[in-house]
Write a protein that binds this ligand. Structure first.
Ligand SMILES: Nc1ncnc2c1ncn2[C@@H]1O[C@H](COP(=O)(O)OP(=O)(O)OP(=O)(O)O)[C@@H](O)[C@H]1O
Length: 240
């Protein structure tokens, strides 16, 4: 399979504060990666660095062989990065369908495909963003990123703050999305046990450095390391 994303010796942060140190990462076309670590270890910063929202201080990043650092931040969505930030950032005064339509770029993910994955969004198509529940907002944020027809979906803690039943529903949908293929997914989560079964590869960050880069299955089978790096959050099989 073709290489989609490569990072080598990446140091990054905010202003003069360094958060990430010497990060290396490769992702094949269509592969899925769980990006794990405790609070404040640098997971969001890694996504922000890919998007150009955190400052790359050293190292190189390539997307399909092209130097990503040379792509201006406002062009990285068009270059193939679909970012679903933790804050969701949907347009509160637009309807569900308008939120989806503004992001549309040609490709397999159109309104019908997004509604197929998220039947709830079809039901709520005429509702304003401000009228949605937390779970529906998360679905809309994901649907909107899909409408970009990205090469890689960057999902930042999609289950955070959701009621357990909704979190389970969304987890199932994320699993469907990963299996449907056609793009890669980087999934940031604190609840490792829930997402390791969905992803092929895993990367664990500790204080801004990579401490594990390997298969999700091998990590899931190693309770000692899960506990060491991820603590109690890694154990729970229940929703957040
Ligand atoms: N905009 C910012 N400016 C300065 N420092 C920041 C900023 N955002 C995050 N940080 C700092 O960078 C470090 C890593 O934070 P980051 O959000 O990447 O961690 P995380 O692993 O995603 O954790 P969380 O699960 O809490 O989101 C933390 O020390 C945090 O305080």
């Amino acid at each position: 399979m073709t290489e989609l994303l490569r990072l080598e010796g990446v140091w990054a942060g905010y202003g003069s504060a360094m958060v990430l140190e010497d990060i290396a990462l490769t992702l094949r076309e269509g592969a899925s990666l769980a990006l794990l670590g405790r609070n404040g270890m640098g997971k969001t910063t890694l996504l922000a660095t890919l998007m150009g929202a955190a400052r790359l201080r050293r190292g190189r990043m390539w997307l399909r062989g092209a130097d990503l650092a040379r792509v201006p931040p406002q062009r990285r969505a068009a270059a193939g990065l679909g970012w679903v930030p933790q804050e969701r950032d949907i347009f509160a005064s637009l309807t569900v369908e308008e939120n989806l339509a503004v992001a549309a770029r040609p490709g397999a993910w159109d309104l019908a495909a997004v509604y197929g994955l998220f039947p709830r969004l079809r039901e709520r198509r005429g509702n304003l963003g401000s009228q949605l529940s937390g779970g529906e907002q998360q679905m809309l944020a994901m649907g909107r990123a899909l409408m970009l027809n990205p090469r890689i979906m960057l999902l930042d803690e999609p289950l955070e703050g959701l009621a357990p039943l909704i979190a389970q529903e969304l987890l199932g949908i994320i699993g469907d999305m990963v299996r449907q293929g056609g793009m890669s997914v980087i999934l940031v989560e604190q609840h490792a046990r829930q997402i390791l079964p969905l992803t092929e590869m895993a990367l664990v960050l500790e204080r801004g450095r990579v401490v594990y880069d390997g298969s999700s299955a091998a990590l899931a089978a190693d309770p000692g390391r899960l506990d060491q790096w991820l603590g109690v959050a890694a154990r729970g099989a229940t929703a957040p």
